[in-house]
Design a protein around this ligand. Structure first.
Ligand code: GTP
Ligand code: MG
Length: 101
């Protein structure tokens, strides 16, 4: 498969990282780890977005993680169309950026 670039490239403005993987492979945990890394690095504010439609407790899991890490979590209980969420997530993320250091 060849060499893989593991570095994280955060562009100016909003960068969206989507985690995909098999069930139980560690996506949510990795999401928390990435959020913490980005927060500690400074300069960019992370926001976690709960877009898992398959398992209701997944949203709660992300909220628990976000609370522990002090990272905001965006979710819309009751929505069942993750694609419709993306523009709203971006808006929420922009608001975060404009709300101070
Ligand atoms: N040992 C070990 N366990 C891990 C690691 N990452 C996640 N886990 C554990 O694996 C289990 C599943 O982790 P999740 O992060 O919930 O996995 P997920 O891919 O989000 O799961 P689903 O949303 O159900 O598909 C949990 O019990 C985690 O504690 C890791 O790097 N090492
Ligand atoms: Mg998960």
């Amino acid at each position: 498969m060849g060499p893989v670039d593991h570095s994280l490239h955060l562009k100016p403005g909003t960068t969206v990282l989507m985690l995909c993987g098999l069930q139980g492979s560690g996506k949510t945990t990795t999401c928390g780890k990435l959020g913490r890394m980005i927060k500690e690095r400074g300069g960019v504010k992370p926001m976690l977005v709960a877009a898992d439609l398959q398992r209701p407790a997944a949203i709660q899991q992300l909220h628990v993680l976000g609370d522990q890490l002090g990272i905001p979590v965006y979710s819309e209980p009751g929505r069942d169309e993750s694609r419709a969420r993306l523009p709203e997530c971006r808006e929420e993320g922009r608001g975060l950026k404009e709300s101070g250091p």
